[in-house]
Every structure is written in C-alpha cells, then in structure tokens.
Design a protein around this ligand. Structure first.
Ligand SMILES: Cc1cc2nc3c(=O)[nH]c(=O)nc-3n(C[C@H](O)[C@H](O)[C@H](O)COP(=O)(O)O)c2cc1C
Length: 184
C-alpha cells in the first residue's frame, strides 16, 4: 500500500524561518507509512482574484495555483505551520486558504483532516493566528482537528532548531501521529 500523504504549508517565506524548521521537524517525525510533503511555492501564488480563477474550459488557473491544488488534491491530510503577523494569519497563508477554498464546496482539501501549529515571537506563540487559521480553514473545506494544537513562543527555543527541544519534538510527533490517524 502506498504511503498516506500529508501536505505541509508554511506561513513564512523567510529562509531562516522557525516555522520552516518546525515543518522540517514534523517531516522527520512522520510515522512509518506517512509521507509529509512541503509545498514551498506559496510566494508564487498571485493574490486571489475571481477573474483569474477560471475553469479548465475557460483556460484554467495560473500554474502555481494549479500546482497547489494538485498536491492538495493528492494529499490525505494537511499540516499548517505558521507564525502570527499583527495578531493574525500571515497574508501569504491567507491567500493560499482563499485559493484552496474554491471551487466553493469542492476545494482540493474538502473533508480532509487538517491541523495547525506554529511559533511566533510573542509570549502566546501566535495563538491568535493559529485560532484564525483554524477558523478560516474550517470555512474553506477541510475538517479541522481542533485539539491538535501547538503555539510555541519562539524565545523558548533559545535560538536553536526546534528539534533540540525534547518537549516540542515530542508534542509535534504526537500531533503528526494523531493527524495521520485521522485519515479515513
Ligand atoms: C510583519 C510582522 C508582524 C508580526 N506580528 C507578530 C504578532 O502579531 N505576534 C507575534 O507573536 N509575533 C509577530 N511577529 C514576529 C514573528 O512572530 C517572528 O518574526 C517569527 O519568527 C516569524 O516566523 P518565522 O521565523 O517562521 O519567519 C511579526 C513579524 C512580522 C515580520
């Protein structure tokens, strides 16, 4: 049997992103039979615009959007790893949610389990952004698994890769395992 696939989206485009490092750690934490796949092209997506969200017959969508929808369509679940920007979802991630939410009621992640984790500088670790990401994806089609949550105050990592934190590594491993178990 082929591996279950978990699409990973990171809400930061920064090369040295702590959230990208968390995504790496999540990938290393995958149980046997589960493959995590990072879609690393969120910065290439145009801003959502209904005028360019065309059906195949009308010429289709821009290539990066088609690529996102394709990997999302083949995924069995999704893991979102994001910081918080100004108390909310980074624009690059919100834009991806908007693209994934269409066609309305039939998006590529429809009914698939999805979990949201991440790190941010503030003392609450970006929990506002994480809650809003859950809310937004909850309207966009996936089945959000609310209790698979992890909001890490970045200072607690002490400038080190998150894999060096036993606590973070254990919780992330638990989340990835439980998310995989949600796959029907
Ligand atoms: C535009 C912007 C807005 C930010 N707003 C918040 C915020 O509201 N809350 C917070 O905890 N951190 C905020 N931060 C700090 C980020 O949490 C911090 O830069 C974090 O490391 C970004 O994640 P990354 O390392 O994955 O890029 C903000 C950073 C930027 C660049």
């Amino acid at each position: 049997m082929s591996d279950s696939k978990v699409l990973v989206l990171v809400g930061s485009l920064r090369a040295a992103s702590v959230n990208r490092q968390l995504a790496e750690l999540a990938t290393e934490s995958a149980p046997a039979g589960v493959a995590l796949e990072l879609f690393d092209r969120l910065g290439e997506l145009p801003f959502y615009n209904e005028d360019i969200d065309k059906s195949e017959e009308d010429g289709g969508v821009p290539e990066p959007v088609a690529a996102l929808r394709e990997v999302a369509g083949h995924a069995d679940a999704a893991l979102i790893v994001t910081p918080e920007y100004n108390g909310s979802i980074p624009g690059v991630l919100k834009n991806a949610i908007d693209w994934l939410s269409r066609p309305f009621g039939d998006g590529a992640l429809k009914d698939k389990p999805l979990a949201v984790v991440g790190a941010a500088l503030g003392q609450y670790g970006g929990v506002w952004a994480h809650d809003e990401t859950r809310k937004s994806f909850g309207l966009a089609g996936p089945r959000v698994v609310e209790d698979l949550d992890l909001s890490i105050p970045a200072a607690s990592l002490d400038g080190k890769h998150p894999r060096e934190s036993t606590e973070v590594a254990a919780r992330l491993r638990e989340i990835v395992g439980k998310l995989a178990a949600e796959i029907g």
